[in-house]
Ligand binder design. Structure first.
Ligand SMILES: Cc1cc2nc3c(=O)[nH]c(=O)nc-3n(C[C@H](O)[C@H](O)[C@H](O)COP(=O)(O)OP(=O)(O)OC[C@H]3O[C@@H](n4cnc5c(N)ncnc54)[C@H](O)[C@@H]3O)c2cc1C
Length: 461
């Protein structure tokens, strides 16, 4: 029996911070929610770099959305790629394995987030993958640990120059993600792996952190940026600023310095942590209401997060351009809660009139074990106290007691000891994405149906 019949229908797109927190905020509302997301998990993106560097397992930062919402009776979770939203018809079309279905809604919350951006150079992605999904993190894990294995073979065969390129790592983008990634690569090579090889010394691995801007952690206070740079250099990381990547290939990358001079770094492993572009759904919505997306593809919503002429449609999180708010989890969470509170108030006949207002709880980033920076309004914290703060905040926001306990255990292994519990890699991790891309280039990819699902089914709108 379909429990969804007469109550107002709420569709939520996305199971990230925006989508999940919106669904939870509607737990007691007299509505029927359909949460549609491309993945079956809620992803805690801030810890992806720990999956990539072997500290955490994917399950700890990506619990099944279905399990998280199992006891919330007013929500149905559905795996699907939303391919269209028709604002006039009030419908959402989603597809799973090429089979489409269309649903009607009374209220819609769009929280489809952002994808990696290579600033118009998508060809870089093959050799410098980004870090936005579990797939990305596992692929990077495969590439990082695989590079050390190949370097060991090259050194054993006397090919020292090749071994050096194999143990050279370049992280592009010196925002929090790039800083955290570079810091972990330093810890991995200097601490974890130091006794594990016979022909190479992993401690001599070269790690570059580069950015076209002239500072690391550009969104933080200047004093914290300087401290971070010094701390990174102490870890043996080469910080290259004013360095714009102009070409990437299998064996290395080229960049231009501020004087316009071109340089090359031979490095097998490159990590792209430089840019994001909002989900294309932002553009699809903007078109329908006559808005223009910004350079990052984000939609300029109204102050109450709705679209002009469509008070029933909210857009939240990384897809949104509003008051120069950053693309961080807190913005998505607070916007999701605001949208949910407005839906509840509308149902109760007392519409909310106050616009969305963001409460900035501060910013933080880790540099390495026991070292972080945090900026909470005027308060600046560095070193060990900031790291403890970072630890606490992340434990609070990781979803589920089980994940918190296992994450804490893995952190004990890695931060108190020097081990990493998740060093396993497979060929599929390294080559899977490329193989899938090649398969998806085949003509039969369009409308591919693997035979389990009925064709082109259209459901209750
Ligand atoms: C590596 C990394 C590190 C970060 N570190 C921090 C940090 O330390 N602190 C911080 O505050 N923020 C951090 N962020 C940013 C933070 O994760 C985002 O701001 C936040 O996730 C935004 O939430 P969202 O709901 O808008 O999007 P997301 O969390 O990205 O969720 C988007 C959801 O939409 C789904 N989706 C996308 N397209 C479709 C579609 N067409 N159909 C169906 N579903 C779709 C996705 O599968 C996903 O479930 C980090 C981000 C990354 C990538």
């Amino acid at each position: 029996m379909n429990p969804i019949a007469t109550r107002p229908r709420v569709i939520i797109i996305g199971s990230g911070f925006g989508g999940l927190f919106a669904a939870r905020a509607l737990a007691r509302a007299d509505v029927d929610i359909r949460l549609i997301a491309r993945t079956t998990h809620h992803l805690f993106q801030p810890l992806l770099y720990q999956v990539a560097t072997g500290i955490l397992a994917p399950g700890e930062i990506a619990p099944a959305t279905r399990e998280v919402l199992a006891h919330q009776d007013n929500v149905q979770v559905e795996m699907g790629d939303v391919t269209d939203i028709d604002l006039d018809a009030r419908t959402v079309t989603a597809a799973t394995l090429g089979v489409a279905r269309t649903y009607g809604y009374d209220h819609l919350i769009v929280a489809a987030g952002a994808n990696q951006s290579w600033f118009g150079n998508d060809q870089f992605a093959e050799y410098a993958p980004g870090m936005k999904s579990v797939d990305d993190a596992l692929e990077l894990r495969g590439r990082i640990f695989g590079a050390f294995e190949l370097a060991e073979l090259a050194a054993a065969a006397g090919r020292d120059e090749e071994a050096e390129a194999l143990t050279t790592f370049v992280v592009v983008g010196a925002g929090p993600t790039g800083v955290e990634m570079a810091g972990q690569l330093a810890e991995l090579s200097r601490r974890t792996l130091r006794h594990d090889f016979r022909h190479i010394d992993p401690r001599t691995a070269k790690i570059y952190l580069m950015d076209a801007a002239d500072a690391v952690l550009g969104s933080f206070d200047e004093s914290l940026r300087d401290k971070t740079r010094t701390a990174l250099e102490k870890l043996g990381i080469d910080v290259l600023l004013g360095a714009k990547v102009v070409d990437v290939d299998a064996r290395g990358l080229e960049y231009e310095d501020e004087a316009g001079e071109r340089h090359r770094i031979e490095a097998l492993t490159k990590v792209w942590a430089a840019g994001v572009a909002a989900s294309p759904l932002a553009g699809r919505l903007a078109e329908q209401v006559g808005l223009t997306v910004d350079r990052a593809g984000r939609i300029p919503v109204r102050a109450d997060l709705t679209l002009p002429g469509h008070p029933e449609v909210y857009v939240v999180g990384d897809m949104v351009a509003l008051d120069n708010l950053p693309g961080v989890a807190q913005v998505a969470i607070q916007q999701a809660r605001y949208a949910a509170s407005r839906i509840k108030a509308t149902l109760g006949g007392k519409p909310v009139t106050e616009p969305f207002s963001y409460f900035d709880k501060g910013n933080m980033a880790t540099i390495s074990r026991f070292r972080a920076i945090a900026e909470i309004r005027r308060l600046k914290v560095t070193g060990f106290p900031a790291w403890v703060l970072w630890l606490g905040v992340h434990l609070v926001y990781i979803i589920g007691f089980k994940s918190r306990v296992t994450t804490l255990l893995h952190w004990l292994v890695s931060f108190l000891g020097r081990g990493r519990s998740e060093r396993n890699i497979t060929e599929q991790q390294i080559f899977g994405r490329l193989a899938m891309n090649r398969v998806s280039d085949l003509p039969e990819k369009a409308g591919r149906n693997v035979g389990w699902l009925p064709d082109g089914e259209d459901q209750g709108s």
